[in-house]
Design a protein around this ligand. Structure first.
Ligand code: TPP
Ligand code: MG
Length: 403
């Protein structure tokens, strides 16, 4: 945790309704959560950072990166376009075009930094929030929206971009990634696998099992935890008493905490972790310390459980702003370049809106397809039942029309 992170959490949460209620009547749960939940100064110093919130370039003894101005501009463009896509999707949900949306607002650096560290032959297992990683893998952003509109069960072929389908069952993809990585190892390939998951998911048994298996089999997998401080309305201190990256030690592999709002640090650390995996050194846990700036999903209202001051404090650490400040201070971008990115954002927004509105409704019987590779008696039975149910409406319509 950063120094600011701790100070901010203490000051802002002290003012929240939740904490105020507990102050009036301290419960056992509150006392338990407090004990051991704050990392000490030495642990805060462990945070890998290469670009400060003020946009100053700093060095780290273990993780170095040397990028050309063009590469730096590329990271900026990735983050701006991803944010724009995400904002467009949120708006489309508000307009009734999507059933739900899980915004990545605030997590652009964690996703673009780690996503750009990957090689084409690496394989990604995402959650439901990895829109920036999908962008880096070359998945067309409009394909991400079908599932959220309810017109398909995924929207892309995972093997086209080595980017698995979004996974909603919390933590389960870490097991898929571990198994896949063990397969890569058996193939004798030198590609790596990366599993994304959240701070809340870290409490799932699936994650513990995947840590155990990947460690003992020395599987080439990177566990990339975006600690965005919240699992819906549950804060990180309800998940763990030690900084999450330290969990790895107990399983026998290294863990590192990186400033998740620093795209350069996320890139450098993920590259190093992938390299370890490729060269037979086994798994590694990367904890990207970041913040979910928006709601959990469009169905959530975070004002019910967290203080505005907390969100404001994290706004000052915005991942895009800090890179832009750095690029401007170095003279790596000019107004024409930035205006060009704005134009690209507008065009992307329009493309996304048009594509979503043009998505055809699926045939309602299509839900029974692809459940099993071959036929299955139960699915056949359910298909027949559903067909009869739908036909009952046709009968009712016929009666109403007097036929
Ligand atoms: C196995 C399982 N349990 C519960 C849920 C409901 N659920 C959906 S998102 C979520 C919180 C996940 O938080 P975190 O892992 O921190 O990821 P974030 O949403 O913050 O990116 C929960 C509990 C689920 N989808 N799957
Ligand atoms: Mg979370």
């Amino acid at each position: 945790m950063t120094v600011e992170g701790t100070a901010q959490r203490k000051s802002t949460r002290a003012g929240s309704k939740r904490t105020a209620a507990k102050k009036a009547s301290p419960t056992k749960k509150a006392t338990e959560a407090k004990a051991g939940s704050r990392p000490d100064q030495a642990e805060q110093d462990q945070l890998v950072q290469l670009l400060t919130p003020e946009g100053k370039r700093v060095e780290h003894p273990e993780y170095a990166i040397d990028l050309s101005p063009e590469e730096l501009r590329g990271l900026y463009r990735d983050m701006v376009l991803t944010r724009r896509f995400d904002a467009e999707a949120t708006t489309l949900q508000r307009q009734g075009e999507l059933g739900l949306w899980a915004s990545l607002l605030g997590q652009e650096a964690a996703q673009i930094g780690s996503g750009r560290a990957l090689r084409d032959d690496d394989y990604v297992f995402p959650t439901y929030r990895e829109h920036g990683v999908a962008w880096c893998r070359g998945v067309d952003p409009t394909n991400l929206l079908g599932m959220f509109r309810g017109v398909n069960h995924g929207g892309w072929d995972p093997n086209s971009n080595n980017f698995h389908l979004y996974t909603i069952v919390i933590g389960s993809q870490t097991l898929h990634a571990t198994g896949y990585a063990m397969g890569v190892q058996k193939d004798g390939a030198d590609s790596a696998v990366i599993a994304y998951f959240g701070d809340g998911a870290s409490s799932q048994g699936d994650v513990a099992e995947s840590f155990t298996f990947s460690a003992v089999y020395n599987a080439p997998v990177v566990f990339f935890c975006q600690n965005n401080q919240w699992a819906i309305s549950e804060p990180t201190e309800r998940q763990t008493r030690v900084p999450l990256y330290q969990r790895a030690r107990g399983y026998g592999f290294p863990g590192v905490r990186v400033d998740g709002n620093d795209v350069l640090a996320c890139l450098a650390v993920t590259k190093a972790a992938l390299e370890r995996a490729r060269t037979g050194q086994g798994p590694m846990l990367v904890e990207a310390f970041t913040y979910r700036m928006g709601a959990h999903t469009t169905s959530d209202d975070p004002t019910k459980y967290r203080a505005d001051e907390e969100t404001l404090a994290w706004e000052a650490k915005d991942p895009i702003l800090r890179l832009r400040t750095y690029l401007e201070s170095e003279g790596f971008v000019d107004e024409a370049y930035l205006a060009g990115i704005d134009q690209e954002s507008e065009a992307l927004g329009k493309r996304v809106r048009d594509a979503v509105r043009a998505m055809p409704d699926p045939d309602s019987m299509a839900i029974f397809e692809n459940v099993y590779a071959d036929g299955h008696a139960l699915v056949d039975e359910e298909r027949a039942q559903f067909a009869a149910y739908q036909a009952s409406f046709a009968d009712a319509e016929a009666i109403a029309e007097g036929n």
